[in-house]
Design a protein around this ligand. Structure first.
Ligand code: HEM
Length: 495
């Protein structure tokens, strides 16, 4: 029995949870009816399907009628864009109206110095400054140095597969590779990621903030229910033990580099150079290094694992890729940096995999300057500064209007000049790495890692799906990140 006082509290709570739900109807914007507490994406909490599938369902339902719809992330109103051309305008042509990523609002940079310089969370002039400071770390010549370091790691990867019989978890394998490769290419130290030990310090600690960060997830949910929390509180993103681990790791790596006096023209030496040049505090440089680990470890591993999975199902594509690699490889079976970047089929396989399972399943942007957007019925919406824009990347990538048989892995669709990845990107239909001034800063580094690992594995092994592997492409509802349901279980047969 709920007493009269209790009933009043329930009523107040009900009114509080409901009052904002006319935000879009008052602006004459259509959209799905929000549910109390859950908003329009119930599976953020219910987990019966992935939240990106909730977005895809809304996208499919409304795209023929509207250019945009009003949605609610829990209670927070967002404008979901359904027309790829408008998406392209937001990211590229009219970027000055949408300069910031919405997620930046959640971070307290004083509490979280290790993420404080990451361009992804920075806004306005600070974003511009840090992005231009970090960009020269990823020039072609630095990538080339990283590639030759990475080739040894590819050999360790092959050896690890040779020594481990039975089905392998493709995501786990790919994470070992990206952890080792980032550690050696960025920090110049070995991480022992291919040891048999179950403990993989870098990967385990990245998981602590990327996947199992309960405190920050609860905080984000609270903000979704009551956005005003941000006026007086922001939770810490890095769990303290994890922060200590990375601080120690980077401290050791930098000291080693300084004392060893190694002259390797790589990413770390560039970062040490700018630290000395601009007299940057040590922690700023650590934050730049962390950008690679935060943004590049899981994303790249996800692409490598899913691409192996898709090639295991589509054996004809795998044969075609094997032929392309063998035709281009030198006598020792290796590919030079230039050759690796000139293989069209390998490139198409990766973009097709990124289309089906993009690690960035959606993007949220913040309106930084008022903007006028037209709808299909000829009406206009005036978007206000501070409003949130949601781009349903996964929905657009699976739209049969742009991609025939969208659930089929078909790299050929990216091979014709009139249908290259660039062609789709210019129409706002392909957003694997985003687009415009905020396009993924590590794109070429990530592509190099994916291509290096995939070409080495396909050269030496025939990849087969295991009986445990689920054949339809469906996102795992239990994972927040893009992840194949049931796991990526693969058999590797020596060629
Ligand atoms: C296959 C792996 C990767 C994928 C699929 C990926 C995807 C993305 C996407 C979709 C965005 C948002 C772009 C936008 O807002 O338009 C992004 C931003 C970003 N990525 Fe990546 N990324 C990958 C790897 C990396 C790596 C290795 C780094 C290392 C430096 C990195 C650094 C960044 C940074 C710093 C941003 C923010 C850029 C800005 O806001 O200016 N990413 N990435």
């Amino acid at each position: 029995m709920v007493g009269r006082g209790g009933a009043s509290y329930v009523l107040i709570l009900y009114l509080y949870l409901m009052w904002n739900f006319d935000y879009w109807s008052r602006r004459k914007v259509n959209g799905p009816k929000p549910q109390i507490f859950y908003g329009t994406f119930p599976n953020l909490l219910k987990r019966r399907q992935h939240m990106a599938d909730d977005m895809k369902d809304i996208y499919q339902l409304y795209k023929g009628r509207e250019n945009f719809v009003g949605v609610y992330l829990l209670r927070a109103p967002q404008l979901m864009i359904l027309d790829p051309q408008i998406v392209h305008d937001i990211l590229v042509n009219d970027f000055k109206h949408f300069e910031d990523n919405d997620v930046g609002k959640l971070i307290n940079r004083d509490k979280d110095p290790l993420i404080a310089q990451n361009p992804f969370i920075l806004m306005g002039d600070e974003w511009r400054q840090q992005r231009s400071l970090l960009s020269p770390a990823l020039t072609n010549s630095k990538l080339k140095v990283a590639y030759y370091i990475m080739q040894n790691i590819c050999e360790d990867l092959i050896q690890f597969v040779n020594e481990n019989s039975g089905p392998l978890n493709g995501k786990d394998l790919a994470l070992r590779f990206t952890a080792e490769s980032l550690s050696d290419c960025i920090l110049g130290v070995k991480a022992n990621s291919f040891s048999r030990s179950a403990a993989l310090p870098i990967t385990d600690n990245v998981r602590k903030f990327a996947e199992n960060n309960t405190a920050f997830i609860v905080f984000s949910i609270m903000v979704g229910l009551c956005p005003k929390i941000l006026n007086f509180y922001r939770a810490k993103f890095f769990p303290p033990d994890c922060e200590t681990f990375f601080m120690d790791l980077m401290n050791k790596a930098c000291n080693l580099r300084i004392h060893d006096n190694t002259n390797r023209p790589d990413i770390l030496s560039y970062l040490l150079e700018i630290k000395n040049l601009y007299k940057l505090p040590e922690v700023n440089m650590y934050s730049h290094i962390m950008t690679f680990l935060i943004d590049g470890l899981d994303t790249t591993a996800t692409v490598i694992a899913h691409c192996l999975l898709m090639l295991a199902f589509e054996t004809e594509c795998q044969d075609k890729l094997y032929k392309e690699i063998m035709d281009a490889a030198s006598e020792n079976g290796k590919l030079s940096f230039e050759t690796l970047n000139s293989l069209p089929y390998l490139d198409a396989c990766i973009h097709e995999c990124l289309r089906i399972y993009p690690p960035g399943l959606w993007a949220t942007k913040c309106c930084t300057k008022p903007y006028k957007m037209s709808n299909k019925n000829g009406s206009f919406l005036h978007i206000r500064k501070g409003e949130s824009i949601l781009i349903p990347i996964y929905g657009i990538h699976h739209d049969s209007h742009y991609y025939a048989e969208p659930e089929k892995f078909n790299p050929e669709r990216f091979l014709l000049p009139q249908s290259s990845a660039r062609h789709y990107k210019n129409k706002g239909q392909y957003l694997g790495f985003g687009d415009g001034p905020r396009i993924c800063l590590g794109m070429n580094f990530a592509l190099m890692q994916c291509k290096g690992a995939l070409s080495a594995l396909i050269r030496d092994f025939s990849i087969k799906s295991n009986a445990k592997t689920k054949s339809s492409y469906k996102l795992d509802a239990k994972c927040f990140l893009a992840s194949h349901h049931g796991g990526v279980w693969l058999d590797f047969q020596k060629r």
